[in-house]
Design a protein around this ligand. Structure first.
Ligand code: SF4
Length: 376
């Protein structure tokens, strides 16, 4: 949307006193206040407020499940359509991040390691760096971004947005060490051996939740998160079945479709019960992915997948070349109570939205700051 259209859109906001939109935002974005500032032309100031509250604001303006959050709670939505705040936020954040040079806050002499450079770690990192801590982010991937870069397909989030956040992280003085793999043990030793005063662990939930299904080890069977992370190309004109109906399942199905394949999502419940948002399901349907609901996978054979219709209890073979299991993810590390260690993001909550990872990353960074201030 052009700025002039966004200004028109912003005039639809009633500046509700009890701001239900803001209350529905997991990170408490000050929506009516930001809209006010936008109308007054104070875009860079508004961008600063948005970023300091939520360093993932740019990303959130593109991929948050708005229908369950700000837009789903907007008073305007009762009779007509909700105020399109995400588009306003997106305009502000693009401008703010591209036109502002981030301050490299002088060091307070304390060193903090963040393990995991996804949305949780980055949010925590920006917060701590602003407070003066020397922050080093470690990640097992080559670059920063975590799920933003390696889990969310680029048709939903273009990588230039992640590059922009990375650039701002470097500009603010955050250091980064990629391709760094930790074990439980080396993670425990990091604080002492790296001479850090605190460690924030935000390693996410990258391991697929396994499905106890006969034939799961067959060639051509993948787990959704591995398929996305490793950019696996299935080739063209294949028949692909995706098991699951959450956000990752939708991303997997749409990616496989874009690779030129015939894709079916098989889900054990009614579509209304799917964890993915209505918008995502709608977009997946628009992309030409088919759905088969109320079926349970029984086994995977060399010909395809055997499914059982829940009501009739009848089984049938759905012939396919690939099956991709996207039922959920889990984390690789345990949350331990070690002195000076704090935890945030999907590691703590299980697989969640970017905005929730940003929130818990920031909150755990605040706790770490309180802990270090308390030690002075
Ligand atoms: S609920 Fe809608 S109309 Fe009310 S303040 Fe929020 S965006 Fe504006």
């Amino acid at each position: 949307m052009e700025k002039i259209e966004l200004l028109e859109e912003s005039k639809r906001c009633l500046k509700c006193k009890n701001h239900p939109c803001e209350n529905a935002c997991p990170i408490g974005t000050r929506i009516p206040e930001i809209i006010d500032m936008f109308q007054r032309g104070e875009e860079l100031e508004a961008g600063k407020i948005l970023f300091e509250n939520n360093p993932m604001s740019l990303v959130c303006s593109l991929i948050c499940p708005f229908e369950n959050q700000c837009m789903g709670s907007c008073v305007r939505g009762i009779k007509t359509t909700p105020v399109n705040f995400p588009s306003i936020e997106n305009y502000i954040m693009e401008k703010y991040l591209r036109e502002t040079t981030f301050e490299n806050t002088p060091s307070n002499g304390k060193r903090i390691a963040i393990v995991g450079g996804g949305p949780g770690g980055l949010s925590g990192g920006f917060y701590l760096r602003r407070k003066g801590y020397d922050v080093t982010i470690y990640d097992d991937h080559e670059k920063m971004g975590g799920m933003l870069r390696y889990g969310i397909p680029s048709f939903r989030l273009t990588k230039d947005k992640v590059d922009l956040l990375e650039e701002k992280a470097y500009e603010s003085g955050i250091k980064f060490q990629g391709n760094k793999i930790f074990t439980e043990d080396s993670l425990r030793r990091l604080k002492k051996e790296g001479n850090y005063q605190g460690v924030l662990v935000t390693t996410g939930a990258w391991l697929p939740k396994e499905l106890n299904l006969e034939g799961v080890e067959r060639e051509g069977v993948y787990y959704g998160i591995d398929y996305l992370k490793n950019n696996i190309d299935l080739g063209k004109n294949k028949k692909v079945v995706v098991i699951g109906a959450g956000n990752v399942a939708m991303d997997v199905a749409r990616t496989a479709k874009r690779q030129g394949n015939e894709v079916l999502i098989a889900y054990r419940k009614k579509i209304e019960a799917a964890p993915a948002t209505k918008v995502e399901i709608h977009e997946t349907v628009e992309d030409g992915v088919n759905f088969l609901t109320e079926v349970t996978p029984v086994k995977i054979t060399d010909k395809g997948i055997v499914l059982e219709r829940n009501n009739e209890k009848t089984q049938f073979l759905y012939e396919c070349d690939n099956a991709i299991i996207a039922v959920s993810q889990k984390s690789q590390f345990n949350v331990e109570s070690l002195d000076g260690y704090f935890y945030g993001g999907d590691l703590v909550t299980g697989p969640e939205t970017v905005v929730k990872a940003s929130f818990t990353g920031r909150e755990s960074a605040k706790l770490l700051d309180d802990y270090l201030v308390g030690k002075e």
